[in-house]
Design a binder for this molecule. Structure first.
Ligand code: HEC
Ligand code: HEC
Length: 262
């Protein structure tokens, strides 16, 4: 334990000197706003193995009703909630308190948010209420997305997005929408032989027909034989928020999206 925290303190200083080859590679990897660093995840993995694995198990589901790797908790939403359970324990249960430094807390939280994948990515999960605020105001998300019947239909309905996507996938949608674009959400443009142009998202396609959700949210089934042009694009029409929202705001929006479970 002692040795590890000492190592963590020394690490930032090492950045100025020659790094061991493995560390350099990790530090050079691109990091997106609203994410933990690969170094945090790695430190967390070591702490988890030494301090948590005996009860929570190697795959995180050793305590009934809780799956740390998959993010199934009893009373936790944000990363701050996670930190307070780790440092305060759960009184009256077998969950002990841990006297971790802030760096160690970040490490364990990062490892949990990375789904136990060293070398993976770990999105920060902020505050749900603040995230809702950003979603509805500064982020302008309701200009394109609906939640429980409110908002526009240019983008997919997000009412139950938290049940379908991980924090990391949601964070990627916000910071690099094109990289995170799923085939089902690919934008399409169709021009009929009669000269009508339609744009929207492709829902389904077979040999003869294609179903799209047009920009006003209507389902359109088109016969391919009636089409003059049909293009599926691989670039997302959604703007990236990596420069227009702060890292904290992104983490808050991710928390809000995760809370949307239909
Ligand atoms: C001695 C056994 C033990 C150890 C060691 C332990 N835990 Fe737990 N932990 C538990 C138990 C039991 C619970 C269930 C508490 C409850 O019923 O709410 C729990 C609950 C939790 C929860 C979930 C709280 C919730 O509301 O869902 C988290 C997160 C957690 N532990 C993280 C950790 C981490 C991280 C470590 C290592 C730093 C750790 N635990 C070490 C026994 C342990
Ligand atoms: C100009 C319109 C527009 C705005 C503004 C916009 N989006 Fe999107 N968004 C889209 C479109 C279109 C898609 C579908 C294509 C894609 O997945 O990239 C999408 C996709 C997404 C997805 C992925 C859905 C999935 O199925 O995984 C998420 C999450 C999302 N948006 C959240 C947001 C949030 C949060 C905001 C505000 C911070 C926002 N969007 C702002 C148009 C927009």
């Amino acid at each position: 334990m002692k040795r590890l925290s000492l190592l963590l303190l020394v690490l930032p200083v090492c950045g100025l000197m020659a790094l061991p080859p493995g560390v350099e590679r990790v530090a050079a990897q691109e990091q997106h706003p609203g994410e933990y660093s690969p170094v945090d995840i790695e430190n967390g993995s070591r702490l988890y193995t030494s301090q948590c694995i005996t009860c929570h198990g190697p795959t995180g589901d050793g305590v009934s009703g809780i799956d740390l790797r998959r993010g199934t908790f009893k009373r936790i939403a944000s990363d701050d909630d996670l930190r307070s359970v780790i440092t305060g324990g759960v009184p009256g249960t077998g969950m002990p308190k841990f006297a971790f430094s802030p760096t160690e807390q970040n490490g364990v939280v990062a490892y949990i948010r990375a789904g136990f994948e060293v070398g993976g990515r770990a999105a920060k999960v902020g505050d749900t209420k603040r995230g809702k605020q950003v979603f509805e105001t500064k982020g302008g998300c309701t200009g394109c997305h609906r939640v429980e019947g409110n908002g526009a239909r240019k983008g997919p309905d997000l009412t139950d997005i938290g049940a379908m996507r991980s924090a990391t996938m949601l964070q990627q949608s916000l910071t690099e929408p094109t990289g995170a674009l799923l085939p089902i959400n690919r934008p399409v443009r169709a021009v009929t032989k009669a000269g009508k142009t339609m744009t929207g998202r492709r829902l389904n396609e077979d040999t003869y027909t294609v179903q799209i959700i047009d920009e006003s949210g209507r389902l359109q089934s088109l016969l391919k034989a009636d089409l003059k042009e049909f293009q599926v694009q691989t670039a997302s029409p959604m703007p990236s928020f990596r420069d227009t929202l702060t890292a904290d705001e992104i983490a808050d929006v991710v928390a809000y999206l995760l809370s949307l479970k239909g």
